[in-house]
Design a protein around this ligand. Sequence first.
Ligand code: ADP
Ligand code: MG
Length: 339
Amino acid sequence: MAVIHVLDKHTAELIAAGEVVERPASVVKELLENSIDAGATQITISIESGGVKLIEISDNGTGIEAEYISTAFIRHATSKIEKPDDLNSIHTLGFRGEALASIASVARVELTTRTEVDEFATVYCIEGGEEVSREPGARAVGTTIRVKDLFYNTPARMKFLKKDSSEGTFVADNVAHVALSHPEVSVKFIREGKLQYVTPGDGQLRGAAYAVLGREFSRDLIELENQEGVYHIAGLITPPKSCRASRSMQHFYINGRYVRNRTMMAGMEMAFKGTMMQGKFPGGILLLQMPADLVDVNVHPAKIEARFARENDVFDVVYHAVKLALAQPGTGERLFTFE
Ligand code: ADP
Ligand code: MG
């Protein structure tokens, strides 16, 4: 007869961590979301060996009060929601209370944090889910988290990682998503010791796009904005003449969160219909703001898919915004360029 038993805490923890932390890029995504949720206006990300050896993220957010640091590393511990009802109106990027616990169970983590009410910072170390040390330290208000040797204690998971340069590229994609969806935050990205970019953090999407995506792509992007009822959309799209052979330059965000979304894609592509050649796709960065209770971001653990209560409304606001932008006279030449 098979013996059925409840898994020990450590084993259960490692399984749960696998849901959240698949690769260095997932760690970076979670940590960046935490920095944004903490109100940071400046974030620096540095990775070594594609993030496997080191991920360091530093922010000027609120920090974590000394007495709550160890709690933050417990699974399902969060400051962002309290009760079932709160799930219907999520105003933060995070809410599951799983990231820090998951990351700490499969890496060596050093957290240095200080809030406005703390006299000094605390340096807290946790490895493989076990608290290692806690000491006073120095830093301005905010948080620095260093994640070292990801998957050092789970060799099976380590084997599924791609080579460092590929992992680094996945990280870069996630950093780009945060930089583009939060132009009000200055994002500095250092990859293998080399500075990749710093976004201005002045709230202007064009400046962020210029830093992240480069001059060539950003130069003649067309601005768009539209409000329909409770939906607001802003962004930049490529002029029809610079449409591409793939959808790789389509970036969709809902309430500051990167999403893969067929409705937004369809709205944008339908509006371009007749202006581009067959087999070409428009590019764009579309930032949709809408009431949290009309979108379910809870569908998938990686939170990349979204479900809408009123899909047609979303299609319409996107479609009309793009149509309007394309209808402006001189679209393509008129535009302000970076020189
Ligand atoms: P969640 O983000 O879902 O709440 P996490 O495990 O990512 O769960 O984080 C746990 C808690 O730790 C957060 O709710 C927040 O209070 C705190 N926290 C994490 N990162 C930061 C940060 N960079 N600045 C301030 N507080 C943070
Ligand atoms: Mg989080």
